[in-house]
Design a protein around this ligand. Sequence first.
Ligand code: NAI
Ligand code: MG
Length: 331
Amino acid sequence: MITVTLIPGDGIGPEITDVVVEVFEALGVDVDWEVVNAGKSVMDKYGTPLPDEVIESIKKNKVALKGPITTPVGSGFRSVNVAIRKKLNLYANLRPVESLPGLKTRYDKVNLVVVRENTEGLYSGVEHKISDFAAESIKIITRKASERIIEFAFSYAKKNDRQQVTAVHKANIMKISDGLFLDTARKVAEKYPGIEYNERIIDNMCMQLVQNPEDYDVLVMPNFYGDIVSDLGAGLVGGLGVTPGANIGDEIAVFEAVHGSAPDIAGKGVANPVAILRSSIMLLNHIGESEKASKLDQAIKKTLVKGKGLTPDLGGQGTTRSFKDQIINNI
Ligand code: NAI
Ligand code: MG
């Protein structure tokens, strides 16, 4: 029996993490969930959106499944998601973007992975007001963090039989910071002669992904670009409701969907559980339950192909519950 930290999160978080718990029961996965919570929902009780017990639990169990957590825009508390990634040194954010059978999308052969640096860069939100008329946001890029993430991307490619790694940057304009990232990528690439290496400037990358997403394999990039490109990727294969993710460090891994707390549909019972379920497939593989992972993968694909009970974001008229029931039937 393995203990896994479960953070239900905000908005649709509890609705979709409940599905994972039920589906794991149906699969017969021997897991003991240690439920701790973070986010808006615990703010009043603890006076902080990230109580120490959350970090302690993840440190102890080394594996967690996390629902989305709301981050107030403009003012209010800083991102709990960013804090978890930083505190636990989860330096790699892995976001597979794969065409799924049965879904009506513009492409049908997309199979790429966004590897996003998760600890520094513009996304850190290190910023301050200079006066009422100006503000400054600081982008830090280090050789160490760049090397670690690019090394991760290449070794991921090697382990998973992927052919190509593309470094994504804006080193034409940010010559020093993105220049350092790019220089590091070139050096790491030399150590992997069996893997094709290429480079794309971020804006062109976005255009290419919309035109020919099938041409890309593993994409590695600084934090902020990864945030944007992974949502773009989600849009290529059926939306945020179906795209999984994982935050990975040397010892600890936190699995979560790419999407957020979806306040517009929270509480309505129509959240698509596929993204968090596919994150759970990554979790199952991570804990060595690859047979159950593939069983769940097949059940989800079968459900999508049959098209019964699907949620509105996929063009269906079902609910989170009907979707879950179909998936469990297909297990
Ligand atoms: P969002 O991802 O929550 O929603 C964007 C759109 O996608 C909405 O129309 C939503 O209804 C839809 N959507 C997302 N997940 C869905 C699902 N499972 N099924 C069906 N439809 C789904 O992004 P938004 O609105 O920008 O952010 C909302 C909140 O979530 C913010 O506070 C943001 O900071 C937070 N957030 C948290 C993340 C995390 O915990 N890792 C990641 C992204 C955003
Ligand atoms: Mg995002």
